[in-house]
Design a protein around this ligand. Structure first.
Ligand code: UGY
Ligand code: MN
Length: 250
């Protein structure tokens, strides 16, 4: 929140093919499945996205739960704090960088002991003939090797979900050293929900370059031209969603 002596100019942009949403402009909401949490809706069908992404802030002792409905899958990533996640009768302690992918046939419960922030993505699972549903997946970012991206050691990609047909989505983390960039301007059918974890840079979206920094969210719709340069002084990092591995409906 700005003081009364500050100006109201904003980097926020909402366009048909993309949105740049600095966090300061997004109000809190309550959610039935996370009743005491302060939730911010980062992406929703109302924006044009075919998924929902929340930033959820929890105070110590707060949490959430979900009953399976056979249709919606969840990806959860801890930005800070710690979360006890109960799934399939087993409890796992997630710390910053911890994540879980929960298929549509499973429910879960989550509770934190310290103030905690997490990203939560909800998406309609896309079944494909002959492809079995995956099992729940729990992991830690620190244990996922950063692979050199397109031959540039200044751009490392961590793939949090195996690139296999049973998964209809990818969640990846990019880390760029200052001055490094994506190798091309991409244009692809997949959408992105991208949250900046650290640093700053300039993002190309559709027809314009714009400054971005930690805690910004970007939605990129299908075929939105996109590229990125990391500026400085520290490395920048973002986590992003991408729908993958399915036929494109006609
Ligand atoms: O995987 C991707 O499509 C990724 N290279 N896009 C991006 O970072 N905007
Ligand atoms: Mn992309």
């Amino acid at each position: 929140m700005r003081t009364q002596s500050q100006l109201l100019g904003s980097r926020t942009r909402v366009k048909p093919r993309y949105a740049l949403l600095p966090l300061e402009g997004i109000p809190f909401s309550r959610l039935p499945e996370w009743p005491q949490a302060e939730a911010r809706v980062l992406a929703a069908p109302a924006l044009g996205a075919r998924f929902v992404e929340y930033l959820i802030d929890l105070k110590a002792g707060q949490g959430g739960s979900h009953e399976p409905d056979g249709q919606i899958e969840f990806f959860l990533y801890l930005i800070e704090g710690e979360l006890a996640l109960s799934l399939d009768g087993r409890r796992t302690a997630l710390h910053a960088g911890g994540y879980a992918l929960i298929p549509p046939d499973r429910g879960f419960e989550a509770r934190c002991g310290v103030p905690t922030s997490l990203l939560l993505l909800r998406k309609r699972y896309e079944a494909a003939p002959g492809i079995p549903l995956y099992a729940p997946l729990i992991g830690e970012q620190a244990k996922v090797k950063g692979e050199i991206y397109a031959g540039d050691p200044g751009a490392l990609l961590q793939v949090l979900i195996p690139d296999e047909l049973s998964y209809d989505l990818a969640m990846n983390i990019f880390t760029f050293q200052t001055g490094h960039s994506l190798p091309v301007t991409e244009t692809h059918v997949m959408e992105h929900g991208l949250y900046f974890l650290a640093g700053k840079g300039v993002y190309f979206l559709d027809e314009s370059w714009m400054e971005v920094e930690a805690s910004d969210f970007i939605w990129m719709g299908p075929f939105c031209p996109q590229s990125y340069y990391a500026t400085g002084p520290a490395p920048s990092r973002y986590i992003y969603y991408k729908n993958m591995n399915r036929e494109i409906p006609v």
